[in-house]
Design a protein around this ligand. Structure first.
Ligand SMILES: CC(C)(COP(=O)(O)OP(=O)(O)OC[C@H]1O[C@@H](n2cnc3c(N)ncnc32)[C@H](O)[C@@H]1OP(=O)(O)O)[C@@H](O)C(=O)NCCC(=O)NCCS
Length: 501
């Protein structure tokens, strides 16, 4: 508060009161009568008086003041004072102790405090990690964690993965509806023509592949591609131009990754084939042989199940970057960075590493128990949204079982044991296998090398990212949240520069 209060009497003229305010540089005077608060006169009251034609030299304060104003006590909390001022639209309130005016609290005083502790009205607390916070509206799809259900547009994602192709789902995401036969054929033709690497990128890849891991190569390649093809800021282009950029990017990502992998292994890249579906073509470019149909279908189903999944970390990242009006390449490069972390897309290879480390079925329980007791995360288990079994994991387990083999049986045993141990040691957390656990098993069985697991995740997910970039750009508002400052209270005096010894 400001103290002592600047005061006048009810019998003073407005001119006297105004001079008092001006001298003290305050916006109000407390009107006292024998030290008791009789009223308050503010700048607003002076304006009212002048606007009504009153002569400040003769008009008395008594006529224009607010008599018997609300008052505060000196030990009132700042947020209560704020509440009193803002709810009644006051700018000043006298502070009274034992019936005597000891000061005035003004909005200006409280704004000064707000520099140290922001008023509650200006922010909303959200849970750490933004868990459960709705940050946008979307028509792309949703994840219902408690029900173990997720969908793309209006269709169950699992049903789509069971009965459709990835091109169908891609069309659904990009164009808003499932294609009929003619639309699908046209879509396939369009994609087939976009799979080749631009010449400059093809020339750069050997150098990139010799130094970086495949996901790092992809990040740099996408950045290069955007510059090479002249992608413009989403802020400056229309929906069709952005959709064209997105089609090209999604079509070329598998080619980049397969070539990067082969170059790393000292092999020549394999040219894309337009006669194959998206997943089969990727397998063909990766392995250099005719893709096994069952493997191509299993991989396609994995990609369909992971093409999009609500506002996961990488998708949100892509939307944040798009919200600044940046170009498609910038948004996808950022998303790839987010995907690379082990808590997001980096888990499937680590889940398979764990199966290797366990080694044999009889060692499973002791291994998992020791890891959890040690505070380690079991890769491929737990999920931010699913508090029941992850529907993607359930479906991929079926896919893996369809492919068969000893690894699948072992994975089944490890899954059951891990769920039981986690239920015992982490009761109430509802931890089940997530998509990454069987993703590693399926990809391994399909002949995909371990270092290509997360990059293969990115092959399908790029389609989801691009869909979100297009949606964000179509109804954009800059995403700019706030943080709660919890450091030493400001403003601390800046210490003088000490001279060097
Ligand atoms: C996916 C994941 C990051 C979600 O994390 P989250 O929603 O922030 O959950 P929290 O980190 O708050 O974990 C809640 C509790 O469950 C435990 N928990 C979560 N996942 C666990 C796991 N995989 N292994 C062991 N404990 C786990 C945490 O230790 C924590 O226990 P506490 O209450 O005793 O501290 C987390 O489950 C995880 O790290 N999983 C392993 C990595 C993985 O598989 N990622 C791929 C996701 S698709």
């Amino acid at each position: 508060m400001t103290c002592p209060a600047v005061i006048c009497t009810a019998e003073d003229t407005l001119a006297t009161a105004a001079r008092t305010m001006q001298t003290a540089q305050t916006g109000s005077v407390v009107v006292t009568d024998d030290d008791k608060v009789a009223g308050i006169l503010t700048e607003r009251d002076l304006l009212r008086a002048v606007a009504a034609g009153g002569d400040p030299a003769s008009e008395l304060v008594r006529r224009w003041m607010t008599a018997r104003p609300d008052v505060l006590e000196p030990d009132e909390r700042v947020d209560r004072a704020w509440e009193s001022l803002t709810s009644h639209r006051y700018r000043h309130l006298p502070v009274v102790e034992d019936g005597r005016c000891v000061g005035v609290v003004s909005l200006r005083d409280l704004v000064g405090v707000a520099r140290i502790r922001p008023a509650a009205e200006t922010s909303a607390d959200v849970p750490a990690g933004l868990e459960g916070v709705v940050v946008a509206e979307t028509t792309i799809g949703d994840v219902r964690g408690r029900e173990g259900f997720f969908h793309y547009r209006q269709y169950s994602a699992v049903e789509l993965a069971a009965s459709r192709s990835i091109e169908d789902v891609w069309h659904l995401l990009f164009r808003g509806q499932l294609p009929d036969a003619a639309a699908l054929a046209a879509f396939g033709d369009e994609l087939g023509g976009l799979r080749c690497l631009p010449v400059a990128l093809a020339a750069l890849l050997p150098r990139l592949a010799s130094t970086g891991a495949p996901l790092d190569v992809l990040r740099t390649a996408v950045s290069f591609l955007g510059a090479e093809l002249g992608w413009q800021p989403t802020h400056d282009i229309g929906a069709q131009e952005l959709a064209d950029d997105a089609m090209q990017l999604c079509a070329v990502v598998p080619t980049v990754l397969a070539a990067a992998h082969r170059l790393r292994c000292g092999l020549d890249p394999v040219a894309p084939r337009s006669d194959l579906g998206f997943a089969a073509n990727y397998l063909s470019m990766l392995t250099g042989s005719e893709p096994d149909e069952r493997h191509a279908r299993a991989l396609e189903q994995y990609m369909m199940l992971t093409i999009d999944h609500g506002f996961n970390a990488s998708t949100f990242t892509a939307r944040v970057v798009t919200s600044t009006g940046a170009d498609l390449g910038a948004a996808v490069v950022a998303a790839i960075g987010a995907l690379s972390g082990p808590l997001h897309g980096g888990a499937p290879s680590r889940a398979l590493d764990m199966l290797d480390a366990i080694g044999t079925p009889d060692r499973t329980e002791a291994y998992i128990r020791r890891a959890v007791e040690h505070g380690d995360r079991i890769m491929g288990f737990g999920h931010r949204v699913y508090k029941t079994e992850d529907p993607r994991s359930l479906f991929l387990r079926e896919v893996a079982e369809g492919l068969g083999g000893p690894l699948v049986e072992f994975a089944r045993l490890v899954e059951r044991t891990t769920v039981d141990v986690l239920a015992e040691l982490k009761p109430g957390r509802e931890l089940y296998a997530n998509v990454e656990f069987y993703a590693g098993v399926v990809m391994h069985t399909c002949g995909i090398p371990r270092e290509m697991f997360t990059p293969t995740f990115a092959v399908g997910r790029t389609i989801g990212w691009c869909t979100h970039v297009m949606e964000q750009a179509s109804c954009n508002r800059l995403i700019r949240p706030a943080a709660r400052y919890v450091g030493p209270p400001p403003p601390a005096p800046v210490p003088p520069l000490t001279s060097l010894p």
